[in-house]
Design a protein around this ligand. Sequence first.
Ligand SMILES: Cc1cc2nc3c(=O)[nH]c(=O)nc-3n(C[C@H](O)[C@H](O)[C@H](O)COP(=O)(O)OP(=O)(O)OC[C@H]3O[C@@H](n4cnc5c(N)ncnc54)[C@H](O)[C@@H]3O)c2cc1C
Length: 420
Amino acid sequence: MTVLIAGGGIAGLTMALTCHQIGVPAVVLESVRSLAPLGVGINLQPNAVRELYDLGFEGDLDGIGIEAREWALVGRSGNDVWAEPRGRDAGYRWPQYSVHRGELQMLLYRAVLERMGADAVKTAHRVIGYRQFEDRIVATVDTRDGGTVEIDGDLLIAADGLHSAVRQQMHPDQPPPHWGGQVLWRGATPGPAIRTGASFTLVGSLEQRFVHYPISAVDAATGLQLQNWIAELTFDTSQGTPSSDWNTEVDVDKFLAEFADWNFDWLDIPALVQGAPAVWEFPMVDRDPADRWVDGRACLIGDAAHVMYPVGSNGASQAIVDARVMGAKLLDFGVEPAALEAFEADLIEDLSALVLRNRGHGPVGILGLVDERCGGVFDDIDDVIPRAEVEAYMANYKAAAGFAIEALNAAPPTITILAP
Ligand SMILES: Cc1cc2nc3c(=O)[nH]c(=O)nc-3n(C[C@H](O)[C@H](O)[C@H](O)COP(=O)(O)OP(=O)(O)OC[C@H]3O[C@@H](n4cnc5c(N)ncnc54)[C@H](O)[C@@H]3O)c2cc1C
């Protein structure tokens, strides 16, 4: 009885650790030759942090990130439009963390090797397809040395990300990734603490914005912390979608001029951008929701199932939650296709709606209103938009996005492990 997991990213490694926790043998088939800490910052919402704690990582997240405490929208002139607490300060029982994506992946990877053994992750194993039989599934794997092998399992859980090969076989007619015109440039720069030292800030307008949040504590020796940032511009989509490869490194000259005068007394954006050792470009893409994630003994999770715009900072969090919900279904239904069906039935409708909703502006819509009314430049936000209007907008967004503090705080664990 083995679960084959395609992809050793956040979803795949969490899935492996969850299988181990519930006593189900699993093996991860990962395409790259060796895992490295790639990417920059991501946010782990309290629901995902809870799951990582249940997997034994309480105490480890401070080593790869920082507890997030504030979320703020800022106008083009550098003045606050809205600020609110996050994580435990907002009333959650579990914190929100801003972490380095690659360091999180390596934390999970080390745990898989320690808990499950060195053979639990097979690198240089790119899954290219699968074949179904009545009582098993066979993954076809390109071993990157020109060879192809077939690996047998009971189930195939596909966590192979945005360009999932398993999804492509399940949905051969799916359109290419959908692009709304935004391009993101991402980097991380050591710098002094900004605002609370644990604040997420989103500055600008719908068409041009800059996101910033720290992903490390202040280093006692240097007084600096790692500042994750994302610069974003909007383009005409008629020229076709740029390549959606997470590892495209570019020069800052591609976009820096557009932010040249974005220098406020509390945040010097050009200096932050220029101080980054490397900058990566990525078009903001998602995929149209699929009507099925399950095909017999194969099932999609994480980005392979529901890659979405990072409007609510919940792509990685949902990848973790998916793996845990799948674990609960394996406990309830056994290592059988019924577990996959139950997983899909629980999640597909809500997450497909979330993918489509994230194509809208989400909370950034407020910055659009401010931009319309005053070009984003103001001294007192109350002169531009009444506080009650912002509060109503944010309340609507949160209700639709399922921010449910009380519901999470009261919910039982996704997986309850009984003492042996
Ligand atoms: C290199 C990289 C850098 C990233 N950087 C950022 C970032 O800076 N900010 C951000 O918000 N998000 C980033 N992401 C995306 C983010 O990790 C995901 O949106 C989110 O964590 C959901 O995780 P996932 O496990 O579903 O997908 P991913 O994290 O994308 O993991 C997918 C994994 O599957 C592997 N894989 C792909 N195809 C195959 C195949 N055919 N067979 C076997 N394995 C395969 C990939 O190598 C990868 O390890 C990055 C992803 C990658 C792969």
